[in-house]
Design a protein around this ligand. Structure first.
Ligand SMILES: Nc1ncnc2c1ncn2[C@@H]1O[C@H](COP(=O)(O)OP(=O)(O)OP(=O)(O)O)[C@@H](O)[C@H]1O
Ligand code: SF4
Ligand SMILES: [Mg+2]
Length: 389
């Protein structure tokens, strides 16, 4: 929620798009800053079974079914920034967020926290790191144990990480955390059901803060709340970020909320990152057709602009992540798709400075898909840096 920093990985100029001669690329990094989190080629596949002899006998699936929820995502997240993650339901946002914290075990790839590969840590070592990496959940009621008091809920991480002391000292810390998130310490002995939705989310935030984290994955933290309460929670998160130097991955399908809170925005489609840029830029000048469609659905506050705004209506539903479309996964719904789009997987390439998009029909020289000649795929002549996908 402060000025976002760019990321990327460099390929030598003039490499054809899709070239993998250098393998997964190291981070180029933001100007003068080391990333807090580096995600490299992260994969989370869920094996749903099928394809066995028994399956065939009982008329089950003849092929093994694997959900490729996250399928080769690379991105850097910089200290103090809010990276917004958007995309339609089922595109893999929550799975990505959970995999960063190893709440879901990745199938492949790396997550580096301050340069340390979390996937190489033992369970015990990971428990130690988890203090720095916390999560705020969508449904504050479901994520809070209904049989625990607020004091116990917020105090639990203090005990787990040995941060809270005992007796009065511990109680004082819990009360301090309650005050920090705008809850009266008088409610210490109350249970979650005695609070409103917004207050419960404050409890969830206080619990995440108790461990004094550096990085917080907020997975749809306002989606279950009344509109009037949403702004309060976003403001609270912004204040806490400033006061505590927090870095957020803010996951939401609500593009207006994402615009409000994010420094940079990453767009996901069927397990892949398809666009990444500064938040203001992506809303003003989306490059990749899927992002264009998403952004075109966001109402504009100015009535004059709103009246003339052109909406891109996507045809069809999101395809199944079990058998995602070949080539560009968006080709089944893309108004600009050509035959080649079914064959080539577009990498996330830097089309404008620090503005990355995955589409073979645009390039740094021809960034506007509306102006590209029919049938042309300038991205295949690609130049510039590409993030390994
Ligand atoms: N434990 C699991 N086992 C099998 N499939 C799963 C599991 N968790 C998620 N999936 C599948 O992985 C895909 C991505 O799910 P995910 O929950 O990450 O999407 P999402 O973008 O967060 O969606 P939403 O906006 O609805 O929260 C979906 O097809 C989902 O059904
Ligand atoms: S690569 Fe092809 S299908 Fe994919 S977004 Fe670009 S034009 Fe559309
Ligand atoms: Mg989700």
């Amino acid at each position: 929620m402060t000025g976002g920093m760019p990321m990327g990985a460099r390929l030598t100029g003039g490499q054809p798009v899709g070239s993998r001669s250098q393998g997964p690329q190291p981070p180029a990094g933001g100007p003068g800053r080391e990333p807090l989190i580096s995600i490299r080629e992260l994969k989370v596949h869920f094996d749903l079974g099928g394809g066995g002899v028994w399956d065939k006998l009982v008329g089950g699936s003849a092929v093994r079914r694997v959900v490729k929820a996250v399928d080769g995502v690379s991105i850097d997240i910089y200290p103090g920034e809010t990276l917004g993650l958007v995309g339609e339901s089922g595109c893999g946002k929550s799975t990505l967020g959970r995999a960063l914290l190893r709440l879901t075990e990745p199938t492949g790839g790396q997550v580096l926290f301050r340069g340390r590969d979390l996937s190489q840590l033992s369970k015990g070592e990971m428990r130690g790191q988890r203090r720095h990496l916390q999560m705020i959940f969508q449904d504050p009621y479901a994520s809070l144990n209904p049989r625990m008091t607020v004091a116990q809920i917020i105090g639990e991480p203090l005990d787990t990480f040995g941060l809270g002391g005992r007796g009065r000292e511990r109680e004082g810390r819990v009360q301090e955390l309650m005050k920090t998130v705008g809850l009266s310490p008088r409610f210490l002995k109350r249970y979650p059901h005695e609070f409103s939705g917004g207050q419960r989310q404050r409890i969830g935030i206080a619990r995440a803060l108790a461990a004094d984290p550096d990085f917080v994955v907020a997975d749809e933290p306002i989606s279950a709340l009344d509109v009037s309460i949403q702004a309060q929670i976003m403001n609270l998160m912004e204040r806490l970020q400033r006061e505590r130097d927090l870095t957020y991955l803010f996951i939401s399908h609500d593009l207006r909320a994402i615009r409000h809170v994010s420094d940079r925005v990453a767009v996901m489609y069927l397990g892949k990152l398809v666009e990444l840029s500064d938040a203001k830029v992506i809303y003003r000048d989306p490059l990749m057709p899927y992002t264009k469609a998403l952004i075109s659905a966001v109402p504009v506050p100015d009535p004059a602009v709103e009246a003339t705004r052109q909406r891109i209506v996507l045809q069809g539903d999101v395809p199944s992540p079990i058998n995602p479309p070949s080539g560009c996964r968006f080709h089944t719904r893309c108004p600009w798709a050509i035959e080649t789009c079914k064959e080539v997987v577009p990498p996330l390439a830097e089309i404008k400075p620090n503005h990355f998009a995955a589409c073979i029909r645009i390039s740094p020289e021809e960034p506007d898909i509306e102006k590209v000649a029919p049938g042309d795929a300038p991205g295949l002549r690609g130049t510039g840096r590409v993030i390994a996908q």
